[in-house]
Design a protein around this ligand. Structure first.
Ligand code: AHR
Length: 516
């Protein structure tokens, strides 16, 4: 009884609107190496760079800066991007792409036209284009992922871009690339058919039928130009798609089922009401929407003769609610969101959900890489890693192999939208006899003592432990001060089929060690 009163008082004190139930703050995580979900595709740790605010100009590319290399790339940004082990980088948008004509951004820079980008109401100098982006990808060690303009763009523009990038020699655009100094093809394997075409804010917005028909014609020409490319359909964006958001996906999959390899979904979350527990639960929607779209993919494939799968690509996700709308969404400083610890925990929640759905989620792209709702933040003279950098880096550098379907017995809480939200949000990966356990403790006040049990083998050796935490969930990083970061904790000596760990309040912890 005392415990119930205690939790009630805490809930009142922190002003949360959700019901935090009295909980037994012990938990169990059971791991069975035979209960596999699927291979974790490294592309779930992808990222995104749009011509927006200071992401490209003043972020990635700053030719006048002392901090840049000969190619104009900021060296501090390159280093931080490498730390994220980025496998795949989406470009050039986003909303920007729906007004982008790629030929403006190739050839001698003095001949490139300046245009007005109507997505973010900014001049676009076009001094950074296809060839510069490819150079940046090679410098970071990442694969390019292009989006074509299916808003104001033509079918020819889409197929010509594929020819420019992927055809070795012969036709006009392949030869043009060679003339521009790139004798070898760029071999861009991932291409999305437009961006958020369901949104009224998109230049050239279409209804699902019109998009489906147009994207199908683009897909045909693009695949005929370079048959090995992977195509991504623009699925429903951040749920603005009207009363029937899933309807868009159903129609689009029906048109594109024989051509696309992925359907893209987007998700942004935020804590506008300062309701910590609801915010922490917001990534439950990833599991929910993934399973709905998985069913729709199955339905579409049942009407197709193709034998290869269609996967889900969460090709934009992040926390984004502060720098959104009005002046904060326009011009050179657009979308400069500053992140705190609770945002970092939510990012870990996204990544856990992608791993738990590893059988079908084969790509995800944090939006975006630098300055714009980003883990890396620059000024003209400096750079720092935002809080959300640290969970992404830990996952991308460690959570590979096979996703395991762990049994999690955790105390729970209810929110207005979600019932029985587990305080412990968990994903488990298994890679070469090593188990990687990712745990977010969503509890604001209490640590949760957890027994971790192996059903199929023995833990052995010293397990390494990394924690992302901070004094308070509102703690932010800034230039010269990064209180929220990953900290290596003392290793745990483990032998046998179980061990215990006390997960601290408002933390993300990664534990990694031998299991055989
Ligand atoms: O990432 C910022 C914007 O969010 C993208 O341009 C758009 O696709 C989405 O609405």
């Amino acid at each position: 009884m005392l415990r119930i009163i205690y939790y009630f008082l805490i809930a009142l004190m922190i002003g949360i609107s959700t019901t935090v139930q009295a909980a037994d703050l012990n938990a169990r995580i059971k791991i069975d190496t035979e209960r596999t979900i699927g291979e974790i595709n490294k592309n779930i740790y992808g990222n995104f760079a749009e011509h927006l605010g200071r992401c490209i100009y003043g972020g990635i590319y700053d030719p006048g800066s002392k901090l840049s290399n000969k190619m104009g790339f900021r060296k501090d940004v390159l280093k931080a991007a490498k730390g994220l082990n980025v496998p795949l980088l989406r470009w050039p948008g986003g909303n920007f792409v729906s007004g982008y004509h790629w030929e403006d951004g190739i050839g001698p820079k003095k001949n490139r036209p300046e245009r007005t980008d109507l997505a973010w109401h900014t001049p676009e100098p076009n001094t950074f284009g296809t060839d510069e982006f490819i150079d940046f990808c090679r410098a970071v060690g990442t694969e390019p992922y292009f989006a074509v303009n299916l808003g104001t763009g033509t079918l020819d523009e889409a197929r010509n871009w594929v020819e420019y990038c992927n055809v070795k020699e012969g036709p006009y655009y392949a030869e043009l690339r060679k003339k521009n100094g790139h004798t070898k093809p760029h071999n861009v394997m991932y291409w999305s058919l437009g961006n958020e075409m369901d949104g009224f804010w998109q230049m050239g917005h279409k209804n699902a039928d019109d998009y489906g028909k147009y994207a199908l014609e683009a897909a045909k020409l693009m695949k005929w130009t370079s048959p090995e490319i992977k195509l991504i359909a623009a699925g429903s964006s951040n749920f603005y798609g009207g009363a029937d958001p899933h309807g868009w996906n159903r129609v689009v999959l029906d048109y594109l089922k024989d051509y696309v390899d992925y359907i893209a979904l987007h998700k942004y979350v935020g804590n506008r009401d300062n309701d910590y527990y609801s915010f922490m639960a917001s990534t439950m929607d990833i599991d929910e929407r993934t399973s709905i779209v998985e069913g729709q993919i199955k339905e579409a494939l049942s009407k197709s003769r193709r034998k290869t799968p269609i996967y889900v690509a969460w090709d934009e996700y992040n926390v984004w609610y502060r720098a959104r709308g009005g002046a904060a969404a326009r011009g050179r400083n657009a979308l400069e969101e500053k992140y705190n610890l609770e945002d970092a925990l939510v990012v870990a929640g996204f990544l856990n959900a992608f791993i738990r759905n590893a059988h079908i989620v084969k790509m995800a792209n944090m939006a975006q890489l630098v300055n714009v709702i980003a883990p890396i933040f620059t000024s003209e003279t400096d750079m720092f890693r935002q809080t959300i950098y640290y969970p992404l880096a830990l996952y991308a550098n460690n959570s590979h192999g096979t996703a395991l379907d762990a049994f999690v017995d955790s105390p729970t809480y209810d929110t207005e939208q979600w019932k029985q939200v587990p305080y412990l949000d968990v994903s488990v990966a298994y890679n070469n006899d090593e188990v990687i356990i990712n745990v977010v403790n969503r509890h604001l006040e209490e640590s949760i003592n957890t027994e971790i049990i192996s059903q199929t083998g023995e833990f052995s050796g010293t397990f390494s432990v990394y924690e992302v935490n901070g004094p308070d969930v509102k703690t932010e990083n800034t230039f010269g001060s990064e209180p929220v970061k990953s900290v290596k904790k003392p290793g745990i000596k483990v032998k046998g089929n179980s061990f215990s760990y006390e997960f601290p309040p408002h933390s993300y912890v990664m534990i990694k060690g031998k299991l055989k």
